[in-house]
Design a protein around this ligand. Structure first.
Ligand SMILES: Nc1nc2c(ncn2[C@@H]2O[C@H](COP(=O)(O)OP(=O)(O)OP(=O)(O)O)[C@@H](O)[C@H]2O)c(=O)[nH]1
Ligand SMILES: [Mg+2]
Ligand SMILES: [Zn+2]
Length: 330
């Protein structure tokens, strides 16, 4: 009996040791036991970037520290307020995160959301003529922003590349959004058109620049933050589909406000969002929702659909309707 008991006890101890090792390996993969015990007290910080398994955490004095990530903290994103502990060799450990106001994420095809950034006030949706403007991408970003109640602003960049005829047709396209009440700014890092207007809107807010790779997000940001070293791409590079900005990073304005540069996004799926939520976040659809003949109308093939009627009457623009149909059927 005692022998059996001992064996059980031993087994438990072995299992416990294994678990401890596993736990340590998971939570502080590169800290030895001694180093782990040398960690300082918990301090507050701001997550400004990721580098693989490390987070870059800024302390209240704006000094940055590399911190190991503990795997049990989920949904961390640039902009999160966190707790961290200073370690030896200036390698700390991120230990906890505060709840966030909102989380802007990028849905993947498996239905989970990959966090991009958090605690955002406004999102600048940047397009250009090169790479080609995509109304579908703009509409998808708008739906995501509206859903999170984050203020969206549209930027059409690289106006210096437009012929007068192209400028006119782009204006017609973007008037759709102006008519819906969205702010639309035409800009160019070359001629500096629109840059002061953007700079004014950035004041004292936390903003993020989103858009396809190569539209000029980092070039705009480096104009606003001339003291920072921000990588911008070569034309040939993004034509080959290579991203210049590979990871989101948060910058501060000396006069107040934060700005996040994010990597380019070619496709922004809304696979995780139910059709009804998508319809609600096309803001001009809202007044027609609930007026279809069938209360569960999918606005596809049903008769007496209030949305389709509104498109027919010219109250909803066919381009926006087209985007909606594409999003729903994808
Ligand atoms: N003609 C013209 N070229 C621009 C303008 N803004 C940026 N570019 C060029 O466009 C290319 C891409 O610029 P980036 O600022 O790196 O683009 P990005 O949106 O940050 O790209 P990713 O980081 O890959 O997402 C570079 O070659 C820039 O020099 C502009 O206003 N006019
Ligand atoms: Mg960039
Ligand atoms: Zn309907």
């Amino acid at each position: 009996m005692s022998k059996r008991h001992l064996t059980q006890h031993q087994t438990q101890r072995i299992q416990k040791n294994q678990q401890d090792r596993l736990h340590k390996a998971k939570h502080s993969p590169e800290l030895t036991d001694t180093e782990f015990h040398q960690l300082g007290p918990e301090e507050e910080g701001l997550l400004v970037a990721f580098h693989g398994r490390y987070a870059e955490v800024e302390d209240p004095q704006r000094k940055n520290h590399h911190c190991l990530l503990r795997q049990n903290i989920e949904g961390l994103a640039v902009g999160d307020k966190v707790l961290w502990r200073k370690g030896p060799h200036d390698l700390g450990v991120l230990t906890a995160k505060y709840p966030h106001r909102n989380l802007l994420g990028r849905p993947d095809k498996h239905g989970s959301i990959k966090p991009i950034a958090t605690n955002i006030d406004q999102v600048f949706i940047v397009s250009a003529t090169k790479p080609k403007l995509s109304s579908l991408l703009i509409d998808s970003y708008l739906v995501a922003a509206e859903k999170l109640s984050i203020q969206p602003i549209l930027i059409f960049n690289k106006t210096d590349l437009l012929t007068p005829a192209e400028k006119k047709s782009t204006q017609v396209l973007l008037d759709i959004y102006k008519n819906l009440g969205y702010v639309v700014i035409f800009s160019s890092s070359v001629t500096k058109e629109g840059l002061h207007e953007i700079e004014h809107l950035l004041k004292n807010k936390t903003s993020i620049f989103l858009g396809q790779s190569g539209v000029g997000k980092s070039s705009l940001i480096s104009f606003f933050l001339p003291k920072e070293t921000i990588a911008t791409g070569q034309l040939s590079q993004w034509e080959q589909g290579k991203h210049t900005t590979t990871t989101a990073r948060l910058y501060h304005f000396p006069s107040g406000g934060k700005l996040i540069d994010a990597p380019g996004i070619r496709e922004f799926g809304l696979w995780h969002m139910p059709a009804e939520q998508i319809a609600e976040n096309f803001i001009e659809f809202r007044e027609y929702l609930g007026h279809c003949k069938f209360h569960n109308c999918q606005h596809l093939h049903e008769p007496d659909c209030a949305l389709k009627q509104a498109v027919h009457d010219g109250k909803i623009h066919h381009a926006r309707w087209g985007s909606f149909q594409k999003i729903i059927s994808s």
